[in-house]
Design a protein around this ligand. Structure first.
Ligand code: ZN
Length: 300
């Protein structure tokens, strides 16, 4: 090599450093993904569909817990402290989130309530503080409202990428539309659409796809059903010849099993949250899974 190399090297590094430093600085400033925290995996997925590489989303509930209960970890406080947006369903579902936001003490954090503007169903699952049943995402039409809220929030927080967010939004809305159309076709030929459900997660799903909920085993989350209620459910299933009980992996199966044994109804395990059953890893696969399983059970 050249004898002058030891002399030239520091010079070259200095020049490169001087040229690259401002470039790197600008590049990382605009390319650093927007930090977002979501209460549920479904909201994380919606945010990632719209934000793609421009967002970094962390979810508090991972999908293995019930959507109603959660014990925040110290690392959640840290994540919230660094986040610009917190995505929630609202409607009293995430009762644990208010305290978390307060403890994180983040003045710059915007809380996005994605249920705003959704046509709510008021039933026994709507608690005193809420205007309706919180399981809104199980209707893809509601999912569209939620995704739009998220897109608007991303644009407001990161206007530089507005065009990308709008393009991704349009693409995902198209996919939601198509999935809804396909699944409605699948249900169209069903005659008997009556079901009994484990916990009241399904009214929006049932309304969209035309299923008829004849009763819930658990009427209030966290409460075991009374023997009177179970006897009443058994009577209703037998006299109405209801063929299907919808259960969920997050709940105690013993009660459902007993009810099925007594009445001859079959159990179909569906999930309100993606990832708890194999083959339901994304929102769209969750919807497809729930509809096809239910249709198959009602047909047989
Ligand atoms: Zn629930």
């Amino acid at each position: 090599m050249l004898p002058s190399r030891p002399m030239r090297r520091p010079f070259a590094i200095a020049v490169a450093g001087a040229l690259l430093a401002p470039f790197f600085h600008v590049a990382t400033a605009s390319a650093a993904p927007l930090k977002v925290v979501a209460t549920l995996p479904i909201l994380k997925e919606f945010a990632e569909q719209v934000g793609r590489e421009h967002v970094e989303v962390r979810t508090l509930i991972t999908g293995l817990e019930s959507e109603h209960s959660y014990s925040p970890k110290p690392s959640d406080l840290k994540a919230l402290g660094e986040a610009r947006l917190l995505l929630e369903i609202g409607l009293g579902l995430e009762v644990w989130v208010g305290g978390l936001v307060k403890n994180a003490g983040t003045a710059g954090l915007r809380v996005i309530t994605t249920s705003e503007g959704v046509g709510l169903i008021r039933d026994h699952a709507s608690n005193a503080a809420s205007a309706g049943n919180p399981h809104i995402w199980l209707d893809p039409e509601n999912a569209k409202v939620m995704v739009r809220h998220i897109a608007n929030a991303l644009i407001a927080a990161d206007p530089v990428h507005k065009d990308v967010y709008l393009k991704n939004l349009a693409e995902y809305l198209r996919r939601l539309d198509q999935a809804q159309k396909d699944l409605l076709e699948l249900v169209a030929s069903l005659r008997d659409r009556r079901i009994v459900t484990h916990h009241p997660a399904w009214p929006y799903f049932a309304r969209r796809f035309g299923f008829q909920i004849e009763g819930d085993i658990i009427q209030q989350t966290g409460m075991e059903p009374s023997s009177t209620h179970l006897a009443e459910m058994a009577k209703r299933i037998k006299s109405g010849k209801i063929k299907v009980i919808v259960s969920e992996p997050q709940f105690n199966q013993k009660v459902v099993k007993a009810l099925a044994d007594e009445t001859g109804a079959r159990i179909v395990v569906l999930s309100p949250l993606p990832g708890t059953i194999k083959g339901t890893e994304t929102y769209l696969s969750l919807l497809a899974y729930n509809v096809t399983q239910l249709v198959a059970a009602l047909q047989s």
